[in-house]
Design a protein around this ligand. Structure first.
Ligand code: G1P
Ligand code: ZN
Length: 560
């Protein structure tokens, strides 16, 4: 089979965002759109490996740089997953990879991708997902490159990829028939071995190393019940295998467990608004006391008790509080913790009590990679329903559920009791995120600029009943690599430890999305209504932005 060089012209909009390249599916379906991006990833990797020979494709289209290397490919099963995988196989073979590992059925959760790259010592992997965004021809698609450490490419690499997309003039591919990706096995295409592998094996083995499966099995044997909502994304097969087959949870524990290309027409996003079925089922008097859900690619999670919602910041703090005694994989204690800037400060208080460091990073999992690689932190999390640890380099939904299962099994308490115990000990960070979707991008950018201009005069000012103690446009210097990131978000801290963080989303595919993150800390008053407690902060934020005047928006599109 001959490798062919296909001429192409750049698309000018292929800059990866917070988490890879996300676009409407139809944009990805344009001729050469996906091919250009994949070739640009390979060009960037090749260039960086060769310490920068400008990443150009060698004239003879048989580059040798990848001849010892393995690429992993899989996705969350959304519409266009399969054609995209076939295209990637051809381009990877055209670029001379020694091996391409393709998840059977094309389904590989993001955390499993990270585990597979690490365990099989691959060069990297391509994840096909738009995470929690809806799927279908008129919805969203995405692609993200993960590096040798199993984590998303850091900004220097994604910017390099972007530069390659602007100058690409050809890509390497093959005229080969589609590979049957539904059966395990391997075949050779040109010089490349294409192997179809079991997407559940490495991930389940890793979970079994971290958690006490025997104790969890006993917990289910003793009558413990839970509900897990896979939202028709990639976690269905993992959850059935781990919770039902391995741990003995009764059949029916996993809801919406079959991956569907359109996720059943829903947003595969685990929050109170979109996991409505789960929330309704748990409200039933006979329902289990523990419920959880994951997003389409399995990196996000939501934790619920029958009567309580565990906010992601609290979930991270509670796991940090209990990991060392409830989970074998963390018995040695934690080296440190990390959270993104907008995430509530709850975990900082646990870290302080334990005498370990707590890091504050910009939004996006990629910023945790360097800290984890350097052994500076063990657990990390984001307010956007992301929790994870040093076991891989992605956030991990099923792992978070296993953490909660473990601490419920050890403590023999309900979710609500565990949470209230935590608040009693550390106080409570009331937290909400308010999203305003589909704003005109230019006006949203102008609004943020105007807000930024107000920051220097803020400290000392009274806003409502709150006094500003600091106000800034936050920038971050990675303590390990020294890399600088600017405009991570605008943060106003008040004298009573309350905070507002403002930023624009980096994952949206339509207009701009404004995110307002509200946090109010209370040492004693831990049982109040979240909305009521945070209402004054929401008002301050809206006023400062002039939201009503600029966009006429009365209220947020989504509150999480
Ligand atoms: C959002 C979340 C962020 C998360 C990312 C990828 O990014 O806020 O925490 O890492 O999705 O799942 P944003 O749209 O805010 O840039
Ligand atoms: Zn996701």
């Amino acid at each position: 089979m001959r490798i062919k060089t296909v001429p192409t012209v750049p698309f000018r909009d292929q800059r990866p965002g917070t988490s890879g390249l996300r676009k409407k599916t139809r944009e990805f379906m344009q001729p050469n759109y996906l091919e250009n991006f994949v070739q640009s990833v390979f060009n960037a990797i090749r260039a960086l490996q060769n310490r920068d020979r400008e990443g150009a494709l060698p004239q003879s289209a048989s580059p040798a740089d990848f001849d010892n290397t393995t690429l992993v490919v899989g996705g969350d099963g959304r519409y266009y997953n399969r054609p995209a995988i076939q295209a990637i196989i051809r381009i990877a073979a055209g670029n001379g990879f020694a091996r391409v590992l393709v998840a059977r059925g094309g389904i590989l959760s993001t955390p499993a991708m990270s585990a597979v790259i690490r365990r099989r010592k691959a060069l990297g992997g391509l994840v096909l997902s738009a995470s929690h965004n809806p799927g279908g021809p008129d919805e969203d698609f995405g692609i993200k490159y993960n590096m040798q450490n199993g984590g998303p490419a850091p900004e220097q690499v994604t910017e390099r990829i972007f530069r390659e997309t602007l100058k690409i003039d050809r890509y390497c591919s093959l005229d080969s028939p589609d590979v049957d990706i539904d059966r395990d096995g391997s075949l050779k295409i040109a010089g490349t071995e294409v192997a179809i592998f079991d997407p559940l094996a490495d991930y389940s083995a890793l979970m079994e190393e971290l958690f006490d499966f025997e104790a969890l099995r006993a917990h289910f044997r003793n009558g413990f019940r839970m509900l897990f909502d896979a939202m028709h994304g990639a976690t269905g097969p993992y959850a059935r295998h781990i919770f039902e087959e391995r741990l003995g949870a009764p059949p029916g524990t996993v809801l919406h467990g079959d991956p569907l290309e359109d996720f059943g027409g829903h947003h595969p996003d685990p929050n109170l608004a979109y996991a409505a079925d789960l929330v309704r089922l748990l409200a039933d008097g006979n329902a289990p006391d523990f419920g959880a859900a994951c997003d389409a690619d399995g990196d996000r999670n939501m934790i619920l008790g029958r009567t309580v919602f565990v906010s992601p910041g609290d979930s991270l703090a509670v796991i940090a509080e209990h990991a060392a005694h409830a989970i074998p994989g963390y018995r040695g204690g934690l080296s440190g913790v990390a959270r993104s800037l907008p995430t509530s400060t709850a975990v900082d208080r646990v870290a302080r009590a334990a005498g370990i460091n707590s890091f504050e990073t910009p939004t996006g999992w990629k910023y945790f990679g360097a800290l984890l690689d350097a052994g500076l932190c063990t657990l990390c999390g984001e307010e956007s329903f992301g929790t994870g640890s040093n076991h891989i380099r992605e956030k991990d939904g099923i792992w978070a559920v296993l953490c909660w299962l473990s601490l419920l099994a050890v403590s023999k308490k309900s979710v609500a009791e565990v949470l209230h115990d935590h608040w009693r000990k550390f106080g409570r960070s009331y937290f909400q995120r308010h999203d305003y979707d589909k704003l005109v991008a230019k006006s949203a950018a102008a609004m943020m600029q105007d807000l930024e201009a107000q920051m220097p005069g803020m400290p000392g000012r009274s806003l409502g009943n709150f006094v500003v103690s600091s106000a800034e446009d936050v920038s971050y210097r990675d303590p390990v690599t020294g890399a600088e990131t600017e405009h991570a978000g605008i943060r106003i801290v008040f004298s009573n430890d309350s905070r507002i963080v403002f930023r624009l989303s980096g994952t949206g595919t339509e207009g701009a999305t404004l995110r307002l993150y509200l946090e109010r800390y209370e040492r004693e008053n831990t049982d109040a209504d979240v909305e009521t407690v945070l209402a004054p902060l929401a008002e301050i934020a809206r006023e400062l932005l002039g939201l009503q005047q600029r966009f006429g928006r009365e209220k947020p599109t989504v509150i999480t």
